[in-house]
Ligand binder design. Structure first.
Ligand code: 5RP
Length: 235
């Protein structure tokens, strides 16, 4: 990993750091392009910044109903993923990112579509505040989208790995994703080998998507720090 920092004189709040990296991501948006857009509070800042240059882009492929609604409300065209062959960049946040650019994602419940759109892109630009940096993935409960009838079986498999899977709720009911499925949040994992872990869990019957982004890892991360935006590049 290599890094460089652009400095700034103020001590920003977390919200300001998100806005800072959201704006910084604009430099990776090519004129005339269609941009892959993630989901979450940091991406919302990016979408707001993107609205300022919307005349210069063709539009976006979105990773969630929430991002689609925000993009459209700001007058940015949203293309179906099947209408687009490839994207130059995908811009998204993360719940955790390690020194190799491997991530945990899915805190906003959009991990499956995020992985689909990320897989269309040549480069994954992660935008995050410094609190998301970790040495080993797993402190943040790992989101896993599952077919509801397999939830218990999958929870038992995680228990055998030392993890405690909890069904994500919305109010008193299971949260239903944009794809009509459920989510498990797995606590207590220590993911030393993200590539192998992702491959293994992806093969369990009933797993739609595991929130480890190792195959679709970040190309670079724009990290919001008290000193400004730090650009971390991964091999
Ligand atoms: C949504 C995600 C988000 O990128 C992740 O949860 C980070 O969100 P935020 O920018 O709000 O901290 O994976 O599914």
């Amino acid at each position: 990993m290599t890094s460089s920092t652009s400095t700034s004189p103020f001590a920003p709040t977390q919200d300001e750091l998100k806005a800072l990296v959201g704006r910084a991501a604009l430099q990776y948006v090519d004129p005339g392009s269609i941009v892959g857009v993630g989901t979450g509070s940091t991406v919302n800042k990016f979408i707001d910044a993107l609205a300022g240059v919307k005349e210069r882009i063709r539009g976006a492929v979105s990773s969630s109903e929430a991002s689609t609604a925000r993009l459209r409300a700001l007058g940015i065209a949203v293309f179906d993923a099947n209408e687009v062959d490839a994207l130059a960049v995908y811009i998204d946040g993360a719940d955790e990112i390690d020194a190799r650019g491997y991530m945990i994602k899915g805190g906003g419940a959009a991990l499956t579509r995020e992985k689909i759109v990320a897989a269309m892109a040549s480069r994954f630009i992660c935008i995050a505040d410094a609190s998301k940096q970790v040495e080993v993935l797993g402190r943040y409960p790992l989101p896993v989208e599952v077919i509801p009838m397999a939830a218990r079986q999958i929870a038992r498999r995680f228990a055998a790995l030392g993890g405690e899977a909890r069904l994500r709720l919305q109010g008193d009911e299971p949260l239903v994703t944009d794809n009509g499925q459920h989510l498990l949040d797995v606590h207590g994992l220590h993911i030393e080998a993200p590539l192998a872990f992702e491959s293994e869990v992806n093969q369990w019957p009933g797993v739609v998507t595991v929130g480890v982004f190792a195959r679709q890892k970040a190309t670079l991360c724009l990290l919001g720090t008290a000193q400004g935006v730090q650009t971390l590049r991964y091999d």
